[in-house]
Write a protein that binds this ligand. Structure first.
Ligand code: BDR
Ligand code: CA
Length: 303
């Protein structure tokens, strides 16, 4: 099994990524940490707890950063609704978050694990940056990072920037330059692997997990596309099915100021960084395989 920590800001697609990670037998979720992003951290923490409770899992949740390192916080409630996860009545009796911060919980879980951990951040990267700055020793105990964030093409927040990197570009820069192997799961594939209207209608009738996902996913505010982008879910798909995703190694620089703030600049010709690379960038995906896997995963959940 792949031992992972999810660092997340649920968020509709984060909720779907958590659903896959918590229920796939190949994945062992050791810890969930929350961060401010789609909505405030109080809400993202609560939403993570709702998903854990919904599936009756024992995975601990620790609350993380309230705001980016330097930049001012701006949420995405216009896409994800005021609660961040609207449309479904979750149980009210939620477990409590851990009595320690996300950074402390990350350090403890990583250092105490007998195997190296894979970090899967699907929100802004503030917790990860704080962790690496305060406890650099954890780096040797991390297998790799598979992060949703960035784009080689245009952004979804500004024309240059993807939302997670835009939210905290200074943190993204620290993460991309940490020296840990990192895979960038960005808009280049997540805008391709849309959940089709057909998949969505099938999802509703699979089982209660499918109904829950359907009911929240249809509230996604970005309905400009023929299907719904399940951004964060692509990280889990990549962990399980790397053969369905094409990647290229390159150097990724992060713009931290000016009109292109939050842009991930890929050295696509290898010229600027002398052929050196710091990331494995997802550039293409089998969208049909993604849809098939998505429905398949959910259909296997019994609760
Ligand atoms: C990312 O932004 C958030 O709104 C989504 O949850 C995803 O992590 C996509 O740009
Ligand atoms: Ca997210």
């Amino acid at each position: 099994t792949i031992k992972i920590i999810m660092d997340t800001d649920p968020g509709i697609d984060d909720a779907a990524a958590l659903t896959m990670a918590l229920n796939d037998p190949e994945i062992d979720v050791k810890l969930i940490t929350s961060v401010a992003g789609n909505v405030t951290v109080d809400k993202t923490t609560k939403n993570a707890l709702k998903i854990v409770r919904f599936f009756n899992k024992k995975v601990p949740v620790a609350a993380g950063a309230k705001q980016p390192l330097i930049k001012e916080f701006e949420d995405a409630a216009r896409i994800h609704g005021e609660s961040g996860m609207p449309g479904y009545d979750f149980p009210e009796d939620l477990p409590k978050p851990l009595n320690m911060t996300a950074v402390e919980a990350l350090r403890k879980t990583i250092m105490e694990s007998d195997e190296k951990i894979t970090l899967v951040p699907t929100g802004s990267f503030t917790n990860i940056a704080l962790l690496f700055s305060e406890y650099p020793e954890v780096k040797d105990h991390i297998e790799r990072i598979v992060a949703m964030g960035g784009s080689l093409g245009k952004g979804n927040m500004t024309s240059a920037a993807e939302f997670n990197v835009f939210t905290d570009p200074d943190a993204a820069r620290i993460m991309y330059n940490s020296g840990i192997p990192i895979t960038m799961v960005g808009l280049d594939i997540t805008m391709k692997a849309l959940l089709t209207p057909d998949s969505l209608s099938k999802l509703e009738h699979l089982n209660e997990a499918g109904k829950m996902l359907h009911d929240i996913v249809i509230h996604d505010g970005d309905n400009s596309l023929n299907g719904i982008a399940m951004h964060d879910v692509n990280t889990i798909f990549y962990l399980l099915h790397p053969e369905a995703i094409k990647t290229e190694k390159m150097w990724i620089d992060i713009v931290t100021d000016g009109p292109a703030i939050g842009e991930t600049v890929g050295d696509i010709r290898g010229a600027y960084h002398d052929g050196k690379t710091n990331a494995n960038v997802c550039v293409d995906i089998d969208a049909e395989a993604f849809n098939k896997w998505f429905l398949d995963e959910v259909s296997k959940i019994n609760m």
